[in-house]
Design a protein around this ligand. Sequence first.
Ligand code: SF4
Length: 346
Amino acid sequence: MEATAKRLLDWYDANARVLPWRAPPGAPPPDPYRVWLSEVMLQQTTVAAVGPYFAKFLARWPTVKDLAAAEDADVMAAWAGLGYYARARNLLACARAVAARGGTFPDSEAALRELPGLGAYTAAAVAAIAFDRRAIVVDANVERVVARLFAIDEPLPAAKAAIRQRAEQLTPDERPGDFAQAMMDLGSGICTVRGPRCLLCPLSELCTGRREGAERFPVKPAKTAKPQRRGRAFWIEQDGKVWLVKRADKGMLGGMRALPDDSWSARGDGAADPPLPDAWEPHGNVRHSFTHFDLDLQLMLYSGCDWARLAAQQGEWWPVAELDQAGLPTLFAKAARLALAQDREN
Ligand code: SF4
């Protein structure tokens, strides 16, 4: 085994993080369902944020077949707050495909890649961690470690090819699953974005980036400002209930319950009409940052009494006191908090 992999695995044997979806170093691989579920949840999301969601999903849907049989709305609601909601829709599609093949995940990277919504990274991670297959697993942590180890000067994203090639050279034939997790742990706990702890690093003697100033790597692309979008969300309340809609399945926050809005996400211009005419008052703004743009959402409160017109529209009256069970995505949960805080003031 190559020296870098050996050092890293020795370090991992003594320092592996204990996580609910993991098996200890050297132990037989964990249940593929747990590995897959955790990897989907961990995309763009921290371990600390994922922990409670992982526990909740496992308690409610202990096997992939249970998850496959769940109602879409229940899964979307359970996912609420974790963000990047396309993941929840892909999760269900994948669970159903696995259930259709008897509830067993395929055990090779190529076959995993065939499952719906299962991207290159997740297929590699599940193949390595759940089946101990040699697969090249490169998440943001691994990217940082490799860019530093080899002082890769090229800026991201162009550097990804070189990083992958180096990661491929490092990945051992033995214990590739532990190796992948060891790289993740090193990136998360030692080779951190800021203030890497090089004195504690098992790879410090082999690391070129450390000598050149580790924090310089990976080299970032020149910054471009995120586009700013504006939109409006509409709060309509009657007898302790608020009007909620289900968003279209395709598109941003698809399939989630939400406040009605003016199509800022679907059309980008935020120019669609409110669900009821007239009697709208602005009640402050909510700012939210999505991956590709920042949104300034103005909250409009309805002060009229023409609720009957809603009967012809798709939606439901939801008790305000139980709004925390509606599974609103973070943006609309923020807007709801704003509406309720202002209600109390008025
Ligand atoms: S020596 Fe420092 S920069 Fe290099 S891999 Fe270790 S923690 Fe990262």
